[in-house]
Design a binder for this molecule. Structure first.
Ligand SMILES: [Zn+2]
Length: 276
């Protein structure tokens, strides 16, 4: 599933293609939403933003389209006004004379008046957005230490969108690695220094990933590995999906595991196991 940074980059691509452009049509794949097509088709897109892994496409007429890609949704922005070759089903399309923004296979799409956006259950349940500039390490640190969250296992907590919105599988492993925290710990088990490092990583890693297009390793390291001929999948992450390979920091062997049915990876030396 795309995580916060990927959705934000998709929103940027869609915004570039449609914001302020003449709209020649808006189309929905779900019959329940076709009633909005006429009004949106004569309007203009004013803004495309994200909240966690959800996207908000705002129209000048006062309606907002909320979409969530879930597991299979995919945005495609065409360079020409024509449909790409795909077997996916089209769920939401914004047509302009030059480019088309097309959402395929998404499982959640709603159209609401601007004023009702905060009442969409998905949006109402979100914690601070990992990419929001108001989400600071100090704010995240307070949440980690709060009664509501401090006894939750970190592997579950980091995926809980009500804790911090926008984190997913790869960011979870990369944040824990960056902070030097073992996946089995809870915030309450961590030292003050570890909680501070976690808060810092929770803010820093999604921003880095957004900026680099999905790379969470140190940009200088990634560049050096690329120059040595390594493939992107080898230098993209510190530990995620690198089980059996050497840690870039200490040389120990990265371990792939599973928490809650979803992949985690960690370095046993950089992220020492809890003392029992
Ligand atoms: Zn290591």
């Amino acid at each position: 599933m795309p995580e916060g940074p990927e959705i934000r980059r998709a929103a940027d691509r869609v915004a570039k293609a449609v914001v302020g452009a003449e709209i020649t049509g808006v189309e929905f794949g779900l019959p329940a939403l076709t009633q909005y097509q006429a009004e949106l088709s004569t309007s203009e897109v004013t803004e495309v933003t994200t909240r966690g892994k959800g996207m908000l496409t705002r129209f000048a007429c006062g309606l907002t389209v909320f979409s969530h890609n879930q597991l299979y949704g995919k945005w495609m922005v065409t360079a020409k006004p024509q449909l790409p070759t795909t077997r996916r089903s089209l769920r939401f399309a914004i047509y302009t004379p030059k480019r088309w923004a097309l959402l395929y296979s998404a499982s959640t799409i709603e159209v609401v008046p601007d004023g009702a956006v905060e009442e969409i259950p998905f949006i109402a349940g979100l914690g601070p957005d990992c990419l929001d500039r108001l989400t600071t390490p100090a704010k995240v640190r307070r949440r980690l230490s709060s009664r509501r969250f401090h006894r939750r296992g970190l592997t579950a907590l980091l995926l809980d969108q009500s804790f911090i919105a926008g984190l997913g599988n790869y960011l979870r492993s990369e944040i824990l690695f960056e902070a030097g925290v073992h996946p089995d710990l809870r915030p309450v088990d961590c030292t003050e220094a570890q909680r501070a490092a976690l808060a810092k990583a929770i803010v820093a890693m999604p921003r880095r990933s957004y900026k680099t297009g999905g790379i969470t390793t140190d940009p200088k390291l990634a560049e050096a590995l690329k120059e040595q001929g390594h493939r992107r999948r080898d230098y993209r992450h510190w530990v995620f999906r690198r089980g059996g390979q050497p840690c870039y920091r200490c040389g120990d062997t990265v371990v792939d595991g599973e928490h809650g049915g979803r992949r985690t990876s960690h370095c046993p030396t950089c992220q020492p196991p809890p003392q029992r």
